[in-house]
Design a protein around this ligand. Structure first.
Ligand SMILES: [Zn+2]
Length: 308
């Protein structure tokens, strides 16, 4: 009697029970664990970006930088998949919301584009997600450092605070994700953005894409080196997913917004739910981050010229 024959019959019996017995089957091949990942993508923090020349459709380098932005997103996406991500939603969250080259993405990914949209840079996130990643993020408008540092609008706003603390876009978006119980686990951007975000969110994994030398200058990694750093950071984050807690701000949430100009603050207080804080600032209290997010979108996005 050969050893292999015996092993063969044991294997045959085992595989027969696998087919006949659902319990044996579930033990033998546990269902793949769900890992749903949200990726919010801005552009100012992408390697190489320093001025409007890269950031808007009128800039002479915009078309090339759409590729670099897309590649940094794909690097995060690849790393997430290799770390077990089973579902990925990407939000195109810079400028017109139409910068990512959607044909470059794998076909099992969904991409959120253009505005307005509830949830803004985090549109579509809900409690079914396990983690959120930030790509290409930048420092806040109250930071003295950082390439193209601003909060939601460099043209209009000088300060946005939640419950009394001035926030970055990253912190605001983390609070939005946190209201659904979703933690931010990774962020990429320049050194100022990374430092600022870590000081608010704690020890998230990061990839520094460049060192800010001024508002319009940086010492940058190459696009390829930046993507490598993002892959490593996303993998490190998802390998210790359980370490991260959702970033939650207390409800009801008070938002204060300071404007570069006087009239928006004056006019908005015609709405009885809005208070004037000082010459250039207003305050609004919302029951949760969803209401706060919608309020900020209206304040910064509404104009009677809107069409259609
Ligand atoms: Zn942007």
């Amino acid at each position: 009697m050969s050893f292999s024959l015996r092993v063969g019959s044991i294997l045959f019996a085992a595989s027969l029970s696998w087919f006949l017995n659902p319990i044996a089957r579930s033990q033998a091949a546990p269902a793949a664990k769900k890992l749903k990942v949200y990726i919010s993508v801005d552009m100012e923090g992408v390697a190489g970006v320093v001025t409007a020349d890269q950031l808007s459709p009128t800039g002479f380098e915009y078309e090339r930088f759409r590729h670099f932005m897309t590649n940094e997103t794909l690097a995060a996406l690849r790393a997430a998949k290799e770390s077990g991500a089973t579902e990925i939603v990407v939000s195109d969250s810079h400028g017109n919301g139409e910068s990512l080259l959607i044909e470059e993405f794998p076909k099992d990914v969904r991409i959120i584009r253009s505005w307005p949209r509830h949830g803004s840079m985090m549109a579509g996130i809900d409690s079914s997600f396990d983690a959120a990643l930030f790509i290409g993020y930048h420092a806040s408008t109250t930071n003295m450092h950082g390439v193209r540092a601003h909060t939601f609008s460099s043209a209009h706003l000088t300060r946005v605070s939640l419950n009394g603390n001035p926030v970055t876009e990253g912190e605001f978006n983390a609070a939005y994700a946190g209201s659904f119980g979703v933690p931010i686990v990774f962020a990429s951007g320049d050194n100022a953005a990374i430092e600022e975000l870590k000081s608010r969110l704690g020890n998230v994994e990061t990839a520094e894409t460049k060192k800010s030398l001024s508002f319009h200058s940086a010492e940058t990694l190459t696009p390829e080196a930046s993507c490598e750093r993002i892959v490593a950071g996303v993998k490190a984050a998802l390998a210790r997913l359980r370490d991260f807690k959702p970033y939650v701000v207390k409800s009801p949430v008070t938002v204060e917004i300071s404007f570069k100009n006087y009239t928006p603050a004056e006019m908005l207080t015609y709405l009885r739910s809005v208070q004037r804080v000082d010459s250039h600032s207003i305050r609004f209290v919302g029951k949760d981050m969803a209401e706060i997010s919608d309020f900020v979108d209206v304040v910064d996005g509404y104009s009677p010229d809107l069409a259609p």
